[in-house]
Unconditional design. Structure first.
Length: 430
């Protein structure tokens, strides 16, 4: 580990990438502490803690505490994630968008990114408008308002500022992806979740000290967390290696290729979890605005509460769906079979062409099914167990999955970069 850190520090380009990522994440964390004008942050946080419920805890978790303080980044990157989901679904069902993405190269991908940005602005504007109207009508138990300015100006200012904050976060995420290390949006979510770990530890310590939390319950919760993290690492690193043979092999060292195709047990990584949470949070958040005036909205909020078993069922179903959906986007068996045929490679016992495609589809279907079920169990089981244990802090497999998977992906990127630099150095010396 120490040797790898030294290697990282010795490579200027990699060092700068990591430094740039840390600076951008610091800007994000700073923004989560800048409140929107006209809101009493302490009163709002007290209101959320007393009556916000589990839905607030999850949204506040993904926003890095920004929603609880109602900062300029209150919505976090969830509008961007929702827009990405919508665009990927539209790309899969609208032929013109599919052609734009697959046949137009860099220009097509750029256009899809532009549409995603515009859709993000629309979703963020709609959500911030609804959130500001909802907050302007809220009252504390003593009957005091949560805002200190005119409701009209509060709605206008909040809609503009929070929407702009989401757009700025989207820009930060894209810049991290381009100039830093890791996927920018995932890194922002990771930073928000990690920022809540220390306050949770301190709160747990205080409750343990005053006797409201028993040692046995805490140890059992820690054991669950350790097992969940170990399971996540296992499924994320597990892969199925399909052997391949070459009809002709070159004796040149530089022309040698891998003798197997590696398919991960969980090819889509953390994306199914993030997408599933975004899908479930969107209608629940909208319904929350009208829960005080509409019986239907209140029922929707109850059913989509993370404490509801209906939520668990929908959560599991969406994780499995997005695991298949995103894997289909990432891995195309037809392209793989065609590339194998062109390179003179084949899978032993499987004919090139249609049979290779069918075999790869068969393998991927089984892998994704096993991986998605395991993913869903890890995401839901800790929430159920800790609910039964009555642990006084929010923990779910969702947060653990995101932290571990994003951290692993980032470490793999750094290791790949180190390997590439060493390989380049070998060529220069030769």
């Amino acid at each position: 580990m120490i040797e790898k850190i030294i290697n990282i520090l010795q490579i200027k380009e990699l060092r700068n990438k990591i430094l740039f990522t840390l600076i951008m994440l610091s800007v994000y964390r700073l923004g989560t502490h800048i409140p929107v004008p006209g809101i009493n942050s302490e009163t709002l946080l007290h209101y959320f803690n007393s009556s916000g419920g589990a839905l607030f805890n999850i949204y506040n978790l993904f926003s890095g505490g920004a929603l609880g303080r109602f900062s300029i980044f209150a919505l976090g990157v969830m509008p961007y994630i929702s827009a990405s989901i919508i665009m990927q679904l539209l790309t899969a069902v609208i032929p013109s968008l599919e052609r734009l993405q697959k046949e137009e190269g860099d220009y097509g991908r750029w256009k899809i990114s532009q549409y995603t940005r515009y859709l993000t602005i629309a979703i963020a504007g709609f959500q911030s408008l609804g959130l500001s109207i909802w907050l302007s009508n809220l009252k504390t138990e003593a009957g005091a308002s949560l805002i200190s300015i005119s409701p009209f100006w509060f709605v206008i200012l909040t809609t503009v500022i929070v929407t702009t904050g989401t757009v700025f976060l989207m820009w930060i995420g894209e810049k991290i992806t381009e100039f830093g290390i890791g996927n920018g949006i995932s890194m922002i979510i990771l930073a928000g979740i990690v920022a809540g770990i220390i306050p949770a530890i301190l709160k747990t310590y205080e409750l343990l000290k005053v006797g409201e939390l028993s040692i046995l319950t805490l140890l059992l919760a820690i054991l669950i967390i350790v097992l969940v993290v170990a399971g996540i690492v296992y499924i994320q690193e597990a892969e199925r290696r399909i052997p391949i043979h070459h009809a002709r092999r070159s004796i040149s060292i530089t022309n040698q290729s891998a003798s197997y195709l590696p398919f991960k047990l969980n090819p889509s990584g953390v994306i199914p979890i993030i997408f599933a949470v975004a899908i479930l949070m969107f209608p629940a958040t909208i319904a929350q605005f009208f829960a005080g005036h509409s019986e239907i909205a209140r029922i929707i909020v109850d059913y989509l509460s993370p404490q509801s078993y209906v939520y668990f069922a929908l959560y599991v179903g969406l994780i499995i769906f997005f695991a298949y959906f995103y894997t289909a986007i990432l891995i195309n068996p037809v392209d793989i079979a065609d590339n194998l045929r062109k390179s003179g490679a084949f899978i032993p016992g499987v004919r090139a062409g249609t049979q290779t495609v069918e075999y790869l589809n068969y393998v991927l279907t089984r892998l994704v099914f096993a991986g998605s079920i395991f993913l869903a169990v890890i995401a839901v089981l800790p929430m159920i167990l800790i609910k039964l244990l009555n642990v006084p802090f929010y923990f779910g497999g969702t947060s653990a999955l995101i932290v571990v998977v994003v951290a692993l992906d980032t470490i793999h990127q750094i290791e790949a970069y180190l390997a590439m630099k060493k390989y380049e150095g070998f060529l220069k010396r030769g």
